[in-house]
Design a protein around this ligand. Structure first.
Ligand code: G
Ligand code: G
Ligand code: NA
Ligand code: MN
Length: 256
């Protein structure tokens, strides 16, 4: 209950911050973009992880105003970052959408309005929706994803491999990217089932003309196994942890 009251006030008290984790192009070693991950700096408890408060925000509906804030903040942060760094275009940024956010009747209008007021280039914005959320109502997902795509943004299917997509649906979702869940990437270099699952998802993505990102890469061995499978992109503590915007400036965004 206390946590709920605090969470309700966190937005107006400016206690949320977005951290960013680079997504690496394996062929070039360069950062191809970043994923925005929210952090809550509670005045008494310090940093509270989203694993703790996102489920509460989702249950209580607070995720809707928080989610709007995340989208707008991510666009504004990336515009500022591009300006500070002298980039001609902002970096590609991925924003996570939870089940309730994805089910909002006015999601399209919300994303459109944020693109318009911030002036953020839509081709640099990506929404991440988990496979299980998409599959909860696959017919509705086909329609909303189609509409969102018309704004010019990109769509990623997050935690892929954990949510039982039927292959016929996968073809109908206008998604651009599959993110391989980190449970499969972990220890894949040891061979066995994880390696075969990752191999299958990479092949599937290529056949469907989708890009593929491996999540949760923690070791050099996992990276080498992914490179051998010709996985295109990866993300994980091996490259970089999620970090505040000012540290992203110090991160070598362009590889060696
Ligand atoms: O950053 P971390 O790895 O602790 O995130 C834990 C969980 O919280 C992940 O499942 C992640 O997708 C989710 N999460 C992080 N940031 C956001 C956000 O801005 N919106 C939503 N809906 N979920 C987020
Ligand atoms: O649910 P989603 O895929 O959005 O979750 C992203 C979460 O994964 C974030 O909480 C992020 O901090 C975490 N994460 C990113 N890279 C790694 C990694 O290499 N290992 C582990 N254990 N977690 C990671
Ligand atoms: Na994600
Ligand atoms: Mn994921």
């Amino acid at each position: 209950m206390q946590m709920f009251m605090d969470l309700r006030l966190a937005l107006q008290r400016n206690e949320f911050v977005l951290f960013y984790q680079p997504i690496i192009c394996l062929a070039s070693g360069r950062a191809a973009g970043v994923e925005a991950l929210i952090r809550w700096f509670h005045p008494a408890q310090g940093m509270v992880s989203p694993g703790e408060f996102i489920p509460l925000a989702e249950e209580t509906g607070l995720i809707l105003p928080i989610g709007r804030w995340v989208l707008e903040r991510a666009c504004l942060d990336m515009l500022r970052f591009a300006e500070d760094m002298g980039f001609s275009e902002p970096m590609m940024v991925s924003v996570n959408l939870s089940a309730k956010q994805f089910a909002q009747a006015d999601l399209y209008e919300q994303v459109e309005a944020i693109i318009e007021c911030t002036g953020f280039p839509p081709q640099c914005l990506k929404l991440e929706i988990t496979e299980s959320v998409i599959m909860e109502n696959a017919e509705a997902a086909v329609r909303i994803l189609d509409r969102l795509k018309k704004l010019g943004i990109k769509i990623s299917i997050d935690d892929f491999g954990t949510g039982y997509s039927s292959l016929s649906y996968l073809n109908r979702f206008s998604a651009d990217i599959l993110k391989i869940d980190r449970s499969f990437v972990s220890r894949m270099h040891l061979g066995g089932e994880n390696l075969e699952i990752v191999r299958t998802i990479v092949t599937l993505a290529q056949a469907m003309k989708m890009l593929v990102i491996a999540e949760g890469v923690e070791t050099k061995e996992e990276l080498e196994a992914l490179t051998a499978l010709k996985c295109e992109y990866a993300q994980g503590f091996y490259f970089a942890k999620p970090m505040p915007l000012d540290q992203l400036q110090g991160f070598n965004m362009f590889g060696e």
